[in-house]
Design a protein around this ligand. Structure first.
Ligand code: MG
Length: 336
């Protein structure tokens, strides 16, 4: 198949600054792609890199788009190098979109169908604000229907975070699940302390809710440490930064990781190869956002719906981070 190829870079400001152990994040930048095949079917795609998380940089993605001709083929798309995982995702998902197999993509359908896809059967995880703000802002998310929450740790001093944690578990309703995401920011001793605290509270029946897992307690280079921790404690561990791309995911699996894998489709790489890997190894996955727009989110949710197991909530609870997405996207592609 041959496609007319167009692209357009975008910049969007978060309504609220996102703070993690990697620092502050105020503006999301990415690229929207449009592929039109010979039958005039249109497929939309999005490249939303996070270079500090392990993908290519925005500049590398832009350079790749700029050097492509105006007409590209399936060969072009399926031979994008592994060094450009966000590009692999963006182009391949634009192809899938255009193929019509998601029930969108025919001309004129886009506006109505893809902004609010019906993924309501999937449980969603909502991202709580960092620090003490979580204590009085969870309710808004609860009212929006979230029952699984994620809270960032490893941002402040551990003693202070453990104090807030103590309040948080007694503030959140008992039916909620809580995920603690360290973004690789804990030392081995601190990770032990968090895991011990969770195990201990549970053993003493002092845990009113379920701690679903601790996410990426140690830095990417400390895989063996996390493997050891996962065997020493009951509280589950999920790898996130360690498995940012398919290549890393396969390497961790081969080195014995049988805990949870957080998959960010937007930067993991080729959707078709991801599908194959998940189906072949039946890994325990949590699908998660890269703060993409509705375009990449739609493609990512297709994958999540296909590949999620164990009824784990997906980490796409981010609608409140962007304002007026629909209007914004419409104005963007109106002049594409
Ligand atoms: Mg994470």
């Amino acid at each position: 198949m041959r496609y007319q190829f167009k692209f357009r870079p975008y910049r969007r400001r978060f309504v609220r600054r996102l703070t993690t152990n990697h620092g502050n994040w105020d503006i999301r930048e990415g690229i929207i792609l449009c592929l039109t095949d010979e039958t005039l079917r249109v497929g939309w795609g999005e490249i939303a890199p996070i270079s500090w998380f392990g993908s290519e940089t925005l500049e590398q993605a832009l350079d790749f788009c700029r050097q492509l001709p105006q007409v590209i083929t399936d060969d072009t798309i399926f031979s994008i190098p592994d060094e450009l995982p966000a590009c692999q995702f963006g182009f391949e998902s634009a192809c899938e979109w255009g193929s019509g197999k998601w029930g969108v993509g025919s001309k004129g359908d886009e506006e109505n169908n893809f902004i609010t896809p019906n993924f309501s059967l999937l449980p969603y995880s909502g991202l709580l604000p960092t620090g003490e703000a979580a204590l009085n802002q969870w309710e808004t998310l609860w009212q929006q229907g979230y029952r699984t929450f994620k809270w960032k740790i490893g941002v402040d001093a551990i003693a202070h975070e453990l104090e807030i944690f103590e309040s948080l578990i007694h503030t959140l309703p008992a039916s909620t699940k809580l995920r603690l995401d360290a973004n690789g920011g804990l030392t081995y001793e601190e990770a032990n302390l968090w895991l011990w605290t969770c195990d201990n509270l549970k053993a003493n029946r002092e845990l009113p809710l379920e701690i679903e897992f601790i996410e990426q307690p140690l830095a990417v280079g400390q895989f063996q440490g996390m493997l050891e921790l996962s065997m020493s404690y009951q509280t589950a561990i999920a790898l996130d930064e360690s498995v940012a791309t398919l290549r890393q995911l396969a390497a961790c699996y081969q080195q014995g990781w049988r805990g949870i894998f957080v998959i960010k489709p937007g930067i993991v790489g080729s959707p078709s190869r991801l599908r194959k890997f998940c189906q072949q190894h039946q890994i325990d996955t949590v699908f998660s956002s890269v703060f993409e727009t509705a375009i990449a989110r739609f493609a990512a949710l297709q994958l999540a719906a296909e590949l999620s197991r164990n009824n784990r909530a997906i980490g796409f609870g981010i609608d409140h981070f962007f304002e007026q997405e629909k209007t914004w996207l419409q104005s963007l592609w109106n002049d594409l």
